[in-house]
Design a protein around this ligand. Structure first.
Ligand SMILES: C[S@@+](CC[C@H](N)C(=O)[O-])C[C@H]1O[C@@H](n2cnc3c(N)ncnc32)[C@H](O)[C@@H]1O
Length: 271
């Protein structure tokens, strides 16, 4: 097989922002080798038809992560399917913010509300090896993926999974509450492929995108341990509104930026 030619042709068809990288990942996946092996020389396999089918999916706008069935988060490899949001690098801001507030011995109890693929709870349990966790989601299909990801990274023995509408039936207290809830306004325009392929229940939260915060922030005083913190992802223009929802629940809050310098998380603690 002419690997270089295969990658060139695929990249030309894929287009978009990262055609060459997308093509390398997809061709490697179709041929059953790593991207590194692909680039080091001709792998001893040759199913060009499999490549063609996957390239066609990418050219039609399907995200690479769904085509490969995996996405990296916090340097860990996560299984993803169209039942879960593809974990974003910006969401690592939440783990960084939590790390700055705790040491090696704490948190001991961690909650992840709306866990999706399990990215946040698995990253957190990896970071704090003595901690135990609860992960909830309203989507049973997402919870099944989260469980598999917890298994894959050896933390499922320290994590309970709950199918729940936010905090319903969840007993605290927790030292750390993490959540990346849906926060897109119903009318907001999204990047290519997002609205078409990722689950709507993971993205949208009412007319102004704040519905999920209105539900889960008032539960935080009940869920948080006395010296606990809640770290919630936000849209970059939502900090003031989410802090106000917190103040109404007697929570003190601060804002954390992502690597691009935009507001990305609100951190709450009890007054
Ligand atoms: C933006 S995704 C985040 C997924 C994952 N935590 C991440 O950061 O990649 C939001 C998640 O919240 C879940 N969700 C939406 N409404 C919910 C509700 N009422 N109760 C619990 N989870 C909910 C969705 O199913 C989805 O998995």
């Amino acid at each position: 097989v002419d690997i270089a030619g295969l990658i060139r042709t695929a990249a030309a068809r894929i287009g978009g922002e990262t055609p060459r990288l997308d093509a390398e990942l997809i061709v490697a996946h179709a041929l059953g080798v790593s991207r590194e092996a692909l680039l080091l020389g001709d792998p001893d396999v040759g199913d060009a038809a499999a490549v063609e089918a996957l390239v066609a999916r990418r050219a039609a706008g399907e995200p690479v992560a769904y085509i490969l069935g995996r996405q990296e988060f916090w340097s860990l490899d996560f299984e993803v399917t169209p039942d879960v949001l593809i974990p974003r690098a910006d969401t690592e801001t939440l783990i960084e913010a939590a790390r700055r507030r705790f040491d090696r011995d704490r948190p001991l109890r961690i909650l992840d509300l709306g866990t999706g693929s399990g990215a946040l709870i698995v990253a957190a349990l990896t970071e704090w090896p003595r901690a135990s966790g609860v992960a909830s989601d309203i989507s049973p299909a997402a919870l099944a993926i989260a469980r598999r990801n917890a298994d894959r990274h050896g933390v499922s023995g320290r994590c309970a999974f709950r199918c729940a509408d936010w905090d319903a039936g969840i007993e605290g207290p927790f030292d750390l509450v993490l959540s990346n809830p849906p926060y897109i306004a119903a009318t907001e325009a999204l990047g290519p492929g997002v609205a078409e392929h990722e689950p709507g229940g993971a993205l949208f939260a009412g007319a102004d995108g704040l519905d999920a915060y209105r539900r889960l922030v008032p539960a935080l005083p009940r869920l948080l341990a006395p010296r606990g913190f809640a770290v919630l992802e936000i849209g970059h223009r939502q900090a003031a509104a989410v802090l106000a929802i917190g103040r109404a629940s007697r929570l003190e809050g601060g804002v954390e930026c992502d690597l691009g310098g935009r507001d990305r998380a609100v951190v709450f603690h009890r007054r």
